[in-house]
Design a protein around this ligand. Sequence first.
Ligand SMILES: Nc1nc2c(c(=O)[nH]1)N[C@H]1C(S)=C(S)[C@@H](COP(=O)(O)O)O[C@H]1N2
Ligand SMILES: [Mo]
Length: 555
Amino acid sequence: MSLPGSSDTSPGVTQRADEERQDDAVPGRVRRSTGAVAGIAAVAAALGAAELVAGVIERAPSLVIAVGDVVVDSVPGWLERAAIATLGRADKPVLIGGVLLISVLVGAALGVLARRRFLPAAGGFVAFAALGVAAALTDPRATLPGALLVAVAGAAVGVGVLWSLIRTARADRAAGTAATPPAGPTGVAGATVAGPGRPPESDRRRFLVVAGGTTALAVLAGVGGYLLSGRERLGQLRAAIRLPAPFRQAGPVPAGADLEIPGLTPLFTPNERFYRIDTALRVPIVEPDGWQLEVRGMVDEPFTLSYAELMELPQIEADVTLACVSNEVGGDLVGNARWQGVPLRTLLDRAGLQEGATQLVGRSVDGFTAGFPVLTALDLEEAMVAVAMNGEPLPAEHGFPARLVVPGLYGYVSATKWLAAIELTGWDVDGYWIPRGWAKEGPIKTQARIDVPRPGSTVTAGRQPIAGVAWAPTRGIEGVEVRIDDGPWQPAELAEPLDVDCWRQWFLPWDAAPGRHVISARATDGRGEVQTDERTPVAPDGASGYPVIEVEVGR
Ligand SMILES: Nc1nc2c(c(=O)[nH]1)N[C@H]1C(S)=C(S)[C@@H](COP(=O)(O)O)O[C@H]1N2
Ligand SMILES: [Mo]
């Protein structure tokens, strides 16, 4: 007799034990543990295939890392800080390990399910892949086709492996039954099998070898994918770099420069959220060891710097908002970062400009070029060869080991990433985008953007902020006005300015009445000039016009 509450009286346990016995008794039916092993191997294969595709195809995201990123973004701040405090630099590996562990557990469960109901289990893999795509799409660097490719590869391989493993296991069991002759009087026939429906040891072993082999191959594919992307090694190299202290630091961030209104763009754009625009199909992986920077062209003393030599030159820090000429009004191809690097002036002084050297052309390791007036580099002490972004060496995507940053100019004429050479030329030489129909000169236009409420969203009636950012790098922002429907232009409140080269946050409290509303905004730069209301497309020299959003206010 069992005691009340003892484990073997619990309905779950007895039932499961019964099922397991049943599975053992019925030929061709696969045991739970076998299903779980098949499911784990299938998940491993799915992730391995996905990582391999992600590694080979540029801008195809790693779904594991994408899910990890979403986790990081959605955990509350205190938990994230606590995790960083206790785990330190191990926080990322621990997080990725956690994502993998959960994937394996889900895989085991799907494998158990697949023994009897294969379609729902396959559906589980597809759902899993869809989750990965959804996660990847929160990363601005991932493209939808890239994410889909990775997900389809993962799901297809996962379902395929699951199907063939379950089939193998089933065949084994069927074979096991058939191969079990009734024990003869000598009892010899039963020697190789343990009982009815149990596969011969050799078949069981075959299943395990196939499952184990698949898993091993999957791990190799996954690791291979990661190494192929070259990021692993570069990540280590970047982590080992010690940034020198700048001789001129950026000012402290004034209290009240970041309004921290929910939904409002933060004052500094985190590196992994910073927009990325370039012509590179694969991120150039440039190791500092072989890299050098040439300063040449119309100069008295051309010279070449190694990475170590560049890092020995005095560096400055500057907060600069970077914008892309392809940014639509209201778009997000704009970001603000604290950059550190060597002033261009330092290099130009050393080289000695010759007469006629009116243009500074940056050339990247992959042949991209961008040119701007050399006077801009001489006028602005913040124009620099940047080696760091928001306190860390440049990420590969943003130009490691070095790039140009020039306040006030769109990236296409100035911000050469993976910089290989600085060439002094006449004005006749054209950078990459100029013959492709873009303006020769690219000063950033004064622009405002409305972040809150989210364009097209539905909000509840009552008091709430309208908020956004505005930028006019080198000129600064002096005012922002907001108009609701056909009302008057109302001055918004401005956050404390960080720097004239940076965007500035603004907000206006709003008593939202039910119904549809149209909200527009316009910025005034530090010279008192209001941004133009003339709507122009991004080509040839940047979009203009007021940002306008529509929101629905519910009751
Ligand atoms: N080597 C290289 N550098 C480049 C580009 C490029 O295509 N190749 N694109 C430029 C453009 S158009 C912009 S807007 C900025 C974007 O910099 P980010 O990707 O770091 O935001 O980089 C500039 N530097
Ligand atoms: Mo750009």
